[in-house]
Design a protein around this ligand. Structure first.
Ligand code: C2O
Length: 551
């Protein structure tokens, strides 16, 4: 591999959408941010310079960061934030990965504007397990806020209530023609007939899982979270925040004399997810030279619109996720852990915290909104967990006793317990090097059943099973797929159901795991794993770089 240098100047920039102009935090003045390209095996050196009033950190979502946890990015987990006027070089090598990933800020809600594609091409001379596409197009879904998302979340956390929702969804930063005052801000994908395009889809939205479809065109799904899949065709796909999906788009064999909308809007089953209507972009065919120029412009061509599933179409969501299977070939094997060393059962869901006596809180029944894993609402420390571990000064920073099972066992998907309060703490699960882990994540219906896209840093995992209702430890494991389960870094824990994942803890460091619905992370639906060094020199976390920010 080669070494590639990037410079991210984090600067304020005025951006206008929906007739509202606001100053936003950007990388190099761009919204969405610039793409990062690499090949498998390359080293990346990305210098981030903070020229804004906010503290900054950047996460390379889905990059394994083998032994290079210092470059992972979540603030107060693997590093202290980069303060105003300071800079930090993220230094890491892409090992054994190729596909679509992305980067985003990992502090407060800054990822709403600080995000971009991270595209890893196969090694020179290596090819895709499908025919080479005519062109590759990144498509990032996002959310536009008319006001500053930092103010929205800090106000919500102060009052204990829910935050305001965004004002529009976006495709590559553009809300499109279905919103008011937005027609000129429409993403247009110009294509030629008879070609295959690789669309690299990224869901960077803060708080919504999305359905996506292109009118009158079928999509072939070939990759998820930078892992090749057994290809399958679909009209519509589902993508949760944090996930990436590569699809092949075959254009019509002949100039169709029509324009086609591509649209996205939420899949939402409960509290915390919202329908802010529909973002639309346009698929436009280039007029061939031999096609007479009609008096009609592109605008007057007939316009076809796709039909998306209803907002709460869990049947569609389940059916779609069940189709995702690893390619699992000799060249791209699915190395599913078969023998398990440690088992965990995590409840994930919302809860409450009591209101402080001098306050009126806007959460359920006068409480504050909270969210937890095994009843622990995770509190970030004021220093970074990884440094605390590495320097042996964890006392007062974290405790190594994150519960492997929930304290109270109730009917998770039935009547919620009377007491919905959760505990707070900074606790880690400690895993010896090369532990083979099985984790069941069970959604609880404490404040309404809801699907949670759980993201694990530092690893890919295999999704060996999922189901509805309460996980049954006697019968459900007999149905696990240990042959070709999908391998990924973000999985939707189904609303009112469970998901089972397996991974091998072969990467020493502190690795964050959290719901990628940003409001749930803010409320505490997060935790961290501490993977210890192995015995061999190449099984140890590398020492921290000299320019690692201090708190
Ligand atoms: Cu994409 Cu911890 O995040």
């Amino acid at each position: 591999g080669v070494t590639r240098h990037y410079k991210f100047n984090v600067v304020l920039q005025n951006v206008t959408r929906l007739c509202h102009t606001r100053s936003m935090v950007t990388v190099n003045g761009k919204y969405p941010g610039p793409p990062v390209f690499a090949r498998e095996g390359d080293q990346l050196l990305i210098e981030v310079v903070n020229r804004v009033p906010n503290n900054i950190s950047i996460h390379w979502h889905g990059v394994r960061q083998l032994r290079s946890g210092w470059a992972d990015g979540p603030a107060y987990v693997t590093q202290c934030p980069i303060q105003t006027g300071q800079s930090y070089v993220y230094n890491y090598t892409i090992v054994g990965q190729r596909g679509t990933l992305w980067w985003h800020a990992h502090i407060s809600w800054l990822r709403s504007t600080l995000h971009g594609p991270l595209i890893i091409l196969p090694k020179h001379n290596a090819s895709y397990p499908f025919a080479k596409p005519h062109k590759e197009i990144p498509i990032i879904f996002g959310e536009w806020f008319n006001t500053d998302p930092e103010a929205i979340i800090s106000q919500a956390l102060q009052t204990g209530g829910g935050p305001n929702v965004s004002d529009a969804y976006t495709i590559n930063g553009l809300p499109g023609p279905l919103y008011n005052c937005s027609a000129k801000d429409t993403y247009r994908l110009k294509v030629k007939p008879g070609k295959t395009y690789l669309l690299r889809l990224i869901n960077a939205a803060l708080n919504d899982e999305l359905f996506f479809s292109i009118a009158n065109h079928t999509l072939t799904v070939v990759e998820a979270d930078a892992i090749y899949l057994k290809p399958f065709e679909t009209e519509t796909l589902l993508i949760t925040p944090g996930q990436t999906t590569n699809v092949l788009l075959k254009t019509k064999p002949h100039y169709p004399k029509a324009t086609f909308l591509m649209t996205a809007r939420p899949y939402a089953t409960g509290l915390g997810t919202f329908d802010n209507s529909t973002v639309a972009g346009m698929l436009q065919y280039e007029r061939p030279l031999n096609e007479p120029h009609q008096s009609s412009s592109v605008k007057q061509l007939p316009l076809f619109k796709p039909t998306l599933p209803p907002l709460n179409d869990t049947a569609f969501a389940t059916n779609f996720t069940n189709k995702l299977r690893s390619l699992a070939t000799g060249q791209f094997p699915a190395n599913v852990p078969q023998k398990i060393n440690m088992r965990f059962f995590f409840t994930v869901g919302l809860g409450t915290n009591p209101c402080q006596s001098n306050q009126t809180c806007q959460g359920p029944n006068g409480t504050r909104f909270s969210a937890a894993v095994n009843n622990v609402s995770f509190a970030l420390p004021t220093t970074a967990l990884l440094q605390a571990h590495f320097t042996g000064r964890s006392n007062g920073v974290y405790r190594p006793d994150f519960p492997s099972y929930p304290k109270s066992i109730f009917n998770f998907t039935g009547t919620p317990p009377n007491n919905t309060n959760v505990g707070n703490g900074t606790k880690l699960v400690v895993l010896p090097f090369n532990t083979s882990v099985e984790l069941i994540m069970q959604d609880t219906s404490i404040l309404g059943a809801e699907s949670h896209p759980l993201h694990l840093h530092g690893f890919n995992f295999f999704v060996v099973g999922q189901g509805f209702g309460n996980f049954d430890p006697n019968t459900d494991p007999t149905k696990f797929n240990l042959v070709d389960p999908v391998e990924r870094n973000t999985v939707g824990v189904p609303s009112g159901g469970w998901v089972a994942i397996r991974f091998l803890a072969d990467n020493p460091g502190v690795w964050f795991m959290h719901c990628h619905l940003e409001v749930h992370t803010s409320w505490g639906l997060k935790m961290a794993w501490l993977v210890l060094d192995g015995k061999l020199p190449n099984q140890k976390l590398l020492p921290p770089p000299a320019d690692l920010p201090k708190c």
